[in-house]
Design a protein around this ligand. Structure first.
Ligand code: SAM
Length: 284
């Protein structure tokens, strides 16, 4: 049964492929609310119909989220209970809903989760990579230059990294990962999780690229890529070129230690690796 009658907005996870993964509580909550907010109402109607749920629906996607908020708050203030779902998995995880949830908090309206499937967590649970700490990255930028820059910034990340990727970009992303992280870095491709053609491939990046190039079936379907974190700790080589230039410029005005402390406070870069860069420069 629902946790509380006072909940104004339920954030409900739905399956990532296998309809059997809907929870009993998700069905009960979706059956009990006044309105279901969905990313794509036509897509979600199919899932809801399969569970004999027939409720008024409203769309909420990245292009209309902000403008939808006032009318959804109005409904909640009038005593209606709402549920937010996305096309698949957990709302807000590389999906819309953050602004809506934030607005409900700001309006003092209670929000409650109905947890369930999430591709990132399902993938982490079977990847065979360290799972005690992880970094969820979601989708890398679509443009090649920006994607490489982001990978450079992540090269020293010590935690297992989780990426969502579109099948058509998979080979290019693997190539960029090999260039920036090295072909020996362990990676796991989790494809079509919970569905008929589910595959889980744990291999060094170089072998994984060969594997998906030889078997083009592996380039189809939904993909999560997990990459083992950097095991040697942050080093100067992993600093992206813009941060590198900024640090070296700053060192003309500030002591290197202060410049490193300043940058590491504001950017995703460690003080230790910046200091290492300074030492390298003074040695050369
Ligand atoms: N909110 C969702 C969640 O909780 O995982 C993610 C939504 S995001 C827009 C969609 C991406 O999640 C896909 O492009 C793919 O990378 C990943 N994904 C979703 N379902 C998947 C599945 N069954 N197997 C592998 N990856 C999946």
């Amino acid at each position: 049964m629902p946790a509380s009658n006072a909940t104004a907005l339920w954030v409900v996870a739905t399956p990532i492929g296998n309809l059997g993964d809907i929870s009993q509580r998700a069905v009960e909550v979706l059956n009990s609310v006044d309105c279901i907010i969905a990313e794509d109402t036509r897509h979600s109607r199919t899932l809801l119909t399969s569970m004999a749920i027939n409720k008024p629906m409203q769309s909420l996607h990245e292009h209309n989220e902000q403008q939808r908020i006032p009318q959804l708050l109005e409904k909640a203030n009038a005593g209606q209970q709402l549920a937010l779902i996305s096309d698949a998995g957990t709302p807000l995880i590389s999906d819309p809903g953050f602004k809506l949830v934030q607005a409900f908090h700001q309006a003092g309206l209670p929000v409650s989760p109905v947890p369930g499937a999430c591709a990132a967590i399902a993938a982490l649970s079977v990847a065979g990579l360290p799972s005690n700490r992880f970094h969820f990255e979601g989708f890398l930028p679509a443009k090649a230059g920006a994607r490489r820059q982001r990978l450079q910034a992540l090269a020293g990340c010590p935690e297992t990294m989780i990426f969502y990727e579109s099948p058509k970009r998979l080979p290019d992303t693997l190539k960029a990962m090999i260039d920036e992280l090295g072909e020996q870095r362990m990676a796991c491709q989790c494809r079509e999780l919970t569905k008929r053609f589910e595959t889980i491939n744990l291999k060094p990046l170089g072998e994984l690229l060969e594997y998906v190039t030889d078997d083009t079936e592996q380039q189809r379907g939904e993909q999560v890529l997990l990459i083992r974190g950097c095991e040697t700790g942050p080093s100067a080589e992993t600093i992206d070129p813009v941060t590198r230039a900024l640090y070296l410029d700053l060192c003309s005005f500030l002591p290197p230690g202060r410049a490193a402390a300043l940058l590491s406070r504001h950017l995703d870069v460690s003080r230790k690796s910046l200091y290492q860069l300074h030492n390298q420069q003074t040695r050369s």
